[in-house]
Structures are given as structure tokens and as C-alpha cells.
Design a binder for this molecule. Sequence first.
Ligand code: ADP
Ligand code: ADP
Length: 224
Amino acid sequence: MDIHLKALTFSYPNHTQAVLRGLTLDIPSGQFVAIIGQSGCGKSTLLRLLAGLLSPTHGHIAFNGTLSTGPSQAHTVAWMAQSPALLPWLTTYQNVALALKFTRTGKSPLMSPEEALDRVGLSQYAHEYPHRLSGGMQQRVALARLLVQGAPIWLMDEPFSALDELTRENLSDTLLDLWQWLKPTILWVTHHIYEAVRLADRILVLSPRPAQIAADLEIILPRP
Ligand code: ADP
Ligand code: ADP
């Protein structure tokens, strides 16, 4: 699903300085976009706008040509954050199956919870509770939940930043495999420029200075 941002400006209520100012951007369907920039430059705000959790002060957002209004439906946009947000009293399988509640039909458009757990390498942990899993494995559960949700747009706010380097690299590889297979449109906020270069098609650098067009620098990466 493609994303079009037109002259997107956003200020938080009671704040005079805009966080994003006049951002115009086209993201083709299936593109893997990394967003980098120093703390406070508006990366999370941009994702919240895309998820419909915030409304633009000016400008608009469209998905496949349809204007976004209010919180995006879960069948359009999936969200993954630094914390896997698993419910501790549900098993791994039950945590993943919870995503079925957010699909149109109560069935996953893509795959069953079993297959999703298999895809992230956690089949044998289906009946374990989250506290038995390492941080990396818990983020794998969150990835499986994303797969079951089956949304065409994945918004990822530093999903692997709390993990050690090796775990992070393993999970990035899994994410890259899943993207190559399913081709969701990904907007991925990261602090790791090396991983951005390794995984993304395109890197957006947001400026911390408020009076600027947000995408100061854009790097399009050739993919072999
Ligand atoms: P990043 O994700 O790049 O670190 P954020 O999008 O979280 O940046 O924040 C951008 C700016 O907006 C920062 O100056 C931050 O202090 C401010 N901000 C973030 N959330 C709120 C809020 N709920 N109310 C007011 N200001 C906010
Ligand atoms: P990754 O998620 O990249 O596989 P982790 O650091 O999360 O890396 O875990 C490394 C490996 O350690 C896991 O693949 C798993 O085999 C094992 N492991 C971690 N925590 C547990 C646990 N609570 N019970 C059983 N095995 C575990």
C-alpha cells in the first residue's frame, strides 16, 4: 500500500513550534524506509500521525489515494515498538492469536498464529509464558503478532533498540526475510545507521531544527 504525505505540518497542542513542517513525501507500496535523526526531531510523532493517533495540524496523509481520518484501522497499519507489550498471563501462542481480534473477519489475511510462530522460529515456545523467553524472543513474538494481523503497512519505532547487538542483528535478518517475502510498506525508526543502510531501500533523515522541511536528506539505496 502506498503512502502519500502532503505538506504535513504538526504542532502539539499548546506548543507553538511545529515538530514537522511542510513534509511532502511519497512512499511506494512495498518500500522499506528507515527514518533516522537525533532525539526529539519528530520521528515518533511522524509514526503516530501515520497511525492516525495524532491528526495533522495542516496537510494530509493518504493511503493508496484515500485520505486517512482518525485512528487507522488495524487492517491497514500495524505497529511495533521497543517493548513487545505481551500479556504476561497468556502463552506465546495466545499472545499471537490476540491479533486475530483486530482483523476484519476474525481470521488472519496472511497466516495462522502457528505459522507465524514458525516463521519467527518460536514453534517450540508456543505454550511458554512470556517471562520464560529472552528479550529477543519476546520481540519475535511481537513480530509473529504483526504477521497474523496482516496489515500492509508496518510502523516500527525502534523495535530492536533494547536488545544486544547480536540479538538485534538476528532479528533484523528475520525482519528483512519477512519483508522480502511479504513486501509490506515499512517505516522503521532506528538509531543504527549501519542497520538502516543494510536493510532499507531508502533512508530519511529528519532535521531537529523546527523551521525546516523535515526530510533534509534522502538516500536511496540500490538493492542488488
Ligand atoms: P523523536 O521520536 O525523534 O525522538 P518525538 O516525535 O518523540 O521525537 O518528539 C518530537 C518533539 O515533540 C520533541 O521536542 C518532543 O519533546 C515533543 N513532544 C513529543 N511528544 C509530545 C507531547 N505529547 N506533547 C508535547 N510535546 C511532545
Ligand atoms: P534470538 O532471539 O536472536 O534467537 P536471544 O538472545 O533472544 O536471541 O536468545 C538466544 C537463544 O537462547 C534463543 O534462540 C533460545 O534458543 C535460547 N533461550 C533464550 N532464553 C531462553 C529461555 N527462557 N528458555 C529456553 N531457551 C532460551
